[in-house]
Ligand binder design. Structure first.
Ligand code: ASP
Ligand code: MG
Length: 609
């Protein structure tokens, strides 16, 4: 007997009629011979209304009481859902997060799950009940009610499927269906780009990157769970019976798709710390202070230093700007650095498995933006993602430009392939889940996780076959970056990591890595290219760099990753001169002579043997 977790979002339980429809769906799955767990969100706009209600009382509601309040929304839904199922003649029982034993840490309003006990759920399921669980909530060690952050019911659903799948008393067959008001995952937000199309399949990594860069279909952390615990997921409409989008392990055919989707985060803020001493340990200090406040740092541009000073640029969500500045301001005074920030910025990203194997993707993105007269304030790349920061006013235009440049509106082979594909077809492929890839026993890993939402790092790698080109003081104008990359591409040189940041004087600093064997040529073509822009722009080529990659899941949303990484290197006096972060990979550049030592330090820090 298979186990199905069905999650119904707020709109899917907004009215009595919809609750009845959801109840019928659960009953159908039960009658088809499955054990069924239903996870529900608060009805309609209940959560928003509760937040407004609290604000009518006080500007700063205490987080603990906020959780007490917010958790009531889901409690209403579970009771109504249980009544609906029972009235249709099927046995059902509802539970709050606390009753079912969803234990979290104590970070109110953004708590993380530590563990879930399966006993009570099993008992009820074995009795034949449909089990209904309140999404989004848990309880900490002190019996305080906690919530998992907005949209957190997805995470509850996938986490339940994960524990049930790996529970020794089950048979390992568990999946999760997310019922929502859209019929699947789209190539981008159809409200901003009407040509956007539904994807049939997307890999966990692609979905993780897309969710983390603003595709609001699902809570990022739920995908993280799905990947970590190999839970097959489907996002589909609660209003129809059409197949939705399957989120599955990576398959070989997916690499034919260079870019599968594009997304935007509209409300970011850019912070730069200029004139920071270029010494080991400084970044650690900065990012650990921010991580201590549980603030997620997004794009990080750690620039190459010159004259003993470096600059660190990064973005945070705009609503976390005040808290971030409160931490940084005293720190900057201590370091003799200057803090600046900018609020009206948006981040546009493209994502696709095919980026691992195809070249020229960045250049194509930059060309599209340049043709649309959009200036790029920051650039960072991951292995399946490229993000650029633009003026907020240009955000939607930038998204449309890249969607068009990669022809995402067209039916494509691979992830976007239209037409009937069965679940079977999706799973015939060899799963390339990194946990299995590295030959480790998933169940053992599951058990080792003291906390379910811990970072899972699967590997740390060192590469010393790349060199770096850095351009200092490139005038910050539309098309300048593109000009450089076109010149490099024309020379047949493959660019890997790209980091661009702005310095205080409105100058851009651009670094990128190229194969060592092409370094000298890359320097020449870059020099020629920048000379056409501004004769005072400097180009430096370095052969003595080492790149380190930390591979895993949930690398970016866990505030602790960058901290642990910087900490481990700082403890050995190793300076990081460039860094890129994404959900599935963090890359850092250090001095070549320190490469091996850095590798050892990171393996130790992340417990990789
Ligand atoms: N009701 C919560 C919210 O709106 C959780 C959820 O919907 O997933 O954020
Ligand atoms: Mg909701």
């Amino acid at each position: 007997m298979a186990l199905v977790v069905q999650k119904f979002g707020g709109t899917s339980v907004a009215t009595a009629e919809r609750i009845m429809a959801a109840a019928r769906r659960a009953i159908r799955a039960r009658k088809a011979g499955n054990q069924v767990i239903v996870v529900v969100s608060a009805r309609g706009d209940t959560t928003d209304e509760l937040i407004s209600l609290a604000r009518e009382i006080t500007d700063q509601p205490p987080a603990r009481e906020m959780d007490m309040l917010l958790s009531t929304g889901e409690q209403i839904s579970i009771a109504l859902m249980a009544m609906a199922i029972q009235s249709a003649g099927e046995p059902a029982i509802s539970f709050t997060g606390a009753q079912i034993g969803i234990v979290t840490d104590s970070f109110h309003t953004k708590a993380r799950i530590k563990n879930i006990s399966t006993e009570r759920i099993r008992q009820a399921l074995n009795k034949g009940d449909i089990v209904i669980v309140a999404g989004f909530q848990g309880i900490d060690d002190e019996y305080n009610i906690t919530t998992l952050g907005r949209g957190g019911s997805d995470t509850t659903a996938v986490a339940l499927a994960a524990v049930m799948k790996h529970d020794p008393s089950g048979n390992g067959d568990a999946g999760c269906e997310i019922y929502t008001d859209v019929d699947g995952v789209y190539t981008t937000d159809p409200r901003l780009v009407p040509e956007a199309r539904k994807m049939d399949f997307i890999s966990y990594d692609e979905m993780l990157e897309l969710a983390s860069v603003g595709a609001g279909v699902m809570h990022s952390r739920s995908i993280e769970f799905a990947k970590k615990f190999n839970v097959p997921l489907q996002v589909r409409s609660s209003f129809s019976d059409t197949e939705g989008t399957w989120i599955v392990p990576e398959a070989e055919w997916m690499s034919d798709v260079v870019v599968c989707g594009a997304a935007i985060v509209r409300d970011e803020a850019r912070i730069s710390l200029d004139r920071v001493p270029d010494q080991p340990g400084i970044s650690h200090k900065v990012f650990s202070a921010i991580a201590d406040q549980n603030i997620v740092v997004d794009m990080i541009c750690q620039n190459v230093g010159s004259e003993g000073k470096a600059s660190i640029g990064f973005t945070v969500l705009k609503n976390e700007l005040p808290a971030t500045l409160a931490v940084l301001t005293p720190l900057a005074v201590e370091l003799g650095a200057a803090v600046q920030h900018e609020e009206e910025v948006s981040k546009v990203s493209i994502v696709g498995t095919g980026m691992r194997t195809h070249t020229g993707v960045a250049e194509r993105m930059f060309a599209a933006l340049s043709a649309a007269e959009i200036n790029m304030k920051m650039i960072t790349t991951g292995d399946i993602k490229i993000s650029v920061l633009v003026n907020k006013a240009d955000g939607a235009k930038a998204l449309r430009a890249v969607h068009q440049a990669f022809q995402l509106e067209k039916p494509r082979a691979g992830a976007g392939l239209p037409g009937p594909r069965t679940q079977q077809a999706a799973f015939q492929v060899r799963p390339m889940n990194h946990l299995e890839e590295s030959g480790r026993d998933l169940a053992a890993i599951t058990q080792r996780l003291s906390s379910m939402e811990d970072i899972v790092v699967s590997d740390v790698l060192l590469s010393t076959d790349q060199g770096r080109i850095t351009i200092f003081d490139l005038p910050d104008r539309v098309g300048n970056c593109l000009h450089v990359f076109q010149a490099v591409a024309a020379g047949g040189i493959v660019v890997d990591m790209i980091v661009q940041n702005l310095s205080a004087a409105g100058m851009a600093q651009l670094s990128f890595s190229v194969p060592l064997t092409d370094l000298e040529r890359a320097r020449k073509v870059t020099e020629q290219a920048v000379r056409q822009i501004d004769s005072s722009t400097r180009v430096v080529a370095e052969a003595d760099i080492a790149k380190l990659f930390v591979l895993g899941v949930g690398m970016r949303t866990h505030t602790g990753v960058a901290r642990r990484m910087f900490g481990a290197l700082a403890a050995r006096g190793i300076n990081i001169s460039m860094i890129n972060t994404s959900e599935v990979r963090v890359s850092a550049v250090v001095e070549k002579s320190k490469g091996e030592e850095a590798l050892t330090a990171l393996k130790e820090a992340f417990n990789v043997v």
